[in-house]
Write a protein that binds this ligand. Structure first.
Ligand code: ZN
Length: 366
């Protein structure tokens, strides 16, 4: 059993600007000193942690070439790519909402997509048992012609289209457990039945106007999109219940050739961009759940692509647990917040409310 870990130093060099647009800086709001949330540190420190603990030695550490122009054109219109490249060559800029980039941003985004593409390809070819792509910038919010939410290219969609073009698979399932709605992945495949998109997210976090349960797909894609909005404050047990009762049975019924996880860590209890109460054990347990499902329906073919997660201190510990689970390594990085976050879970009244919510969703699905 071999787990691949795909990464590239240049992904840490993506200049995401200071995201002044996220905060109402001005007037009486004093500008912050330093970067705002999409910093490379959460990702770089994950690399550092697996190196320090030795977990990296139990993984196949790999690089990958950037996604090619042909790869990008399967998802994004030429007009968008041309404008992105022009601004990137001119020193950087902003083409959408909360997606500033620095000089060379185009090449770095293509590198990020290339990691996802290579991870998926290596798993589908049987070269690796499963794989993790440490992509940055992330991708799950990006629409074909409109970047948003830190996402400049739709990494997972680009990887899927490359795998399809290469004849490696026909049916794909994407499960997005980032705390924000995977609106880009949803939009790209909304009319299609060959990619089943599932998103668990905090209800009306980001984007605020997408991610409703009622949005099930359109035309040939009707029934092949599933949103599972969860109330703010959902914790460890709530996440596992939503997976067990709704997300996993739906993917099982779809029976994909491969399962791809849009793996964000911003549902963690101390994330600045989420209001959930997940912790290291939650991510490890969800990894266990999806590995068991992948074993049952697609010969264990599982690929995780890194999305959000903005606690520079905590993301590495959650990612370490995911990678240890994927690889079967016994090397651990004990949760420095574990004691507090295990206590800081919803009360019985919240759990009863969530149970009612999930029952209603399960019933609506039949
Ligand atoms: Zn997110």
């Amino acid at each position: 059993m071999t787990t691949g870990f795909f990464w590239d130093e240049t992904c840490f060099w993506h200049g995401g600007g200071n995201y002044a647009g996220m905060l109402p800086v001005g007037g009486l709001v004093q500008p912050l000193d330093g970067g705002l949330p999409e910093s490379p540190e959460s990702k770089r420190r994950l690399c550092n942690l697996i190196s320090v603990t030795g977990l990296a030695g139990d993984l196949a550490m790999r690089g990958a070439p950037p996604a090619t122009q042909d790869d990008l054109l399967r998802v994004h219109p030429k007009s968008y790519l041309d404008e992105f490249k022009r601004l990137s060559d001119a020193g950087g800029g902003e083409l959408g909402r909360r997606t500033p980039f620095g000089p060379g941003g185009y090449e770095i985004a293509a590198q990020s997509a290339g990691l996802a593409k290579a991870a998926l390809s290596a798993v589908l070819s049987g070269d690796l048992t499963n794989a993790y792509a440490l992509s940055r910038p992330p991708g799950h919010h990006c629409l074909p012609d409109w970047p948003n939410g830190f996402c400049l290219l739709a990494n997972i969609a680009i990887a899927i289209e490359a795998a399809r073009e290469a004849g490696q698979a026909k049916r794909f399932a994407v499960l997005d457990w980032d705390v924000h709605h995977g609106n880009g992945t949803e939009a790209i495949f909304y009319d299609r039945g060959d990619v089943f998109t599932v998103s668990l997210h905090q209800d009306r976090n980001y984007p605020m106007d997408t991610g409703a349960f009622a949005d099930r797909g359109r035309g040939a894609g009707e029934g092949y999109n599933l949103n599972i909005p969860l109330p703010a404050g959902t914790g460890h047990a709530g996440y596992l219940a939503a997976m067990e009762r709704i997300a996993l049975p739906a993917i099982r019924a779809y029976a994909p050739d491969v399962l791809i996880i849009a793996c964000g860590y911003d549902a963690a209890a101390n994330d600045p961009l989420g209001r959930m109460l997940a912790h290291q054990d939650t991510f490890q347990a969800m990894s266990q759940q999806v590995m068991a499902l992948a074993d049952d329906v697609c010969d264990g073919k599982l690929v995780m692509v890194h999305e959000g997660g903005y606690s520079e201190v905590y993301v590495p510990f959650c990612g370490h647990a995911v990678l240890a689970q994927m690889s079967g390594s016994k090397i651990t990085a004990p949760d420095p917040f574990g004691e507090v976050f295990h206590l800081r879970q919803p009360d019985d009244a919240f759990d009863a409310y969530l149970d009612t919510h999930l029952s209603a969703l399960a019933q609506a699905l039949g």
